[in-house]
Design a protein around this ligand. Structure first.
Ligand SMILES: C[S@@+](CC[C@H](N)C(=O)[O-])C[C@H]1O[C@@H](n2cnc3c(N)ncnc32)[C@H](O)[C@@H]1O
Length: 194
C-alpha cells in the first residue's frame, strides 16, 4: 500500500521518531511485567525500546517492512543495551505477522494501521496472536500533515474505519479516547479479544 524508501524513512524518523507521547504509550496501553507484546509498524523503534523498558520481563516483537526503519530501530536497541530476548525486530509488514496463536498479551500499532497493505488479513493475524483477554492498542494522528505520494487507507485514520476493522475481526469492548498536546491530536482506540 505505501512506498516508504530510505529517504522518507530517515526524514520521518528525524521529525516524528521520538515523541514524548511514545514514552507515555506503555502506561496508556497498560503494560504489565512479563507481558508478551507485538508492535506493528514500529518505524525507527523508539516506542519499541520504551515498551521493552517499561516493565520487568517484557518481551517485544516489533515489525516494520521498511529496511531503513529496521536499521534505525536496531541502532536504538543497541544504544539502549536491550538483548534480542527483550526486543526483537523483523523487517516485515503486519500482513506477515508470524507468532504462535494465543501467546501475546498486547499488540500495539502507533500511526501505522493506515499504512498496512492488507488490514483485514493483518487484523485476523493480530486476533489469532493475542491470548483470550489480550488487547489491541492503536493510535492515529488526526491532524497529520499530508503524506505526499504515499498511498494510505484514509478511512483507517478515523474512528469509524478503525471500529469497523476491529469489530469485523472479532474484537469486543472497543473504547477510544483523544490525546491532545503540542505534538498532535491523537486518537487512541483499544479493544479486547474475548
Ligand atoms: C507513520 S510511521 C510510524 C512509525 C512508528 N510507529 C512511530 O510511531 O514513529 C508508519 C510506519 O508504518 C510502516 N509500514 C508501512 N507499511 C506497513 C505494513 N504493511 N505493515 C506494517 N507497517 C507498515 C512504515 O514503514 C512506517 O515505519
Amino acid at each position: 500500500m505505501s512506498h516508504w524508501n530510505d529517504e522518507h524513512a530517515s526524514s520521518y524518523d528525524e521529525q516524528w521518531g521520538e515523541l514524548n507521547f511514545h514514552q507515555q504509550i506503555p502506561q496508556l496501553a497498560g503494560v504489565q511485567p512479563g507481558f508478551n507484546i507485538v508492535e506493528l509498524g514500529c518505524g525507527g523503534g523508539y516506542l519499541s525500546v520504551c515498551l521493552a523498558q517499561s516493565a520487568q520481563h517484557v518481551r517485544v516483537t516489533a515489525l516494520d517492512p521498511t529496511p531503513k526503519m529496521i536499521a534505525l530501530a536496531k541502532e536504538r536497541q543497541d544504544k539502549a543495551g536491550l538483548s534480542n530476548a527483550q526486543l526483537q525486530f523483523f523487517a516485515a509488514g503486519a500482513e506477515a505477522l508470524d507468532v504462535s496463536d494465543n501467546t501475546q498479551d498486547l499488540v500495539v500499532a502507533a500511526f501505522s494501521v493506515h499504512h498496512w497493505q492488507n488490514p483485514d488479513k493483518s487484523m485476523a493475524l493480530v486476533f489469532s496472536a493475542l491470548k483470550p483477554g489480550g488487547k489491541i492498542w492503536l493510535c492515529e494522528d488526526l491532524n497529520a500533515p499530508t503524506e505526499g505520494s504515499l498511498e494510505v487507507h484514509a478511512n483507517l485514520k478515523a474512528l469509524d474505519g478503525l471500529k469497523s476493522l476491529l469489530q469485523n475481526s472479532g474484537f469486543v469492548q472497543l473504547s477510544h479516547t483523544r490525546h491532545h498536546s503540542h505534538e498532535g491530536d491523537f486518537l487512541i482506540v483499544e479493544a479486547l479479544k474475548p
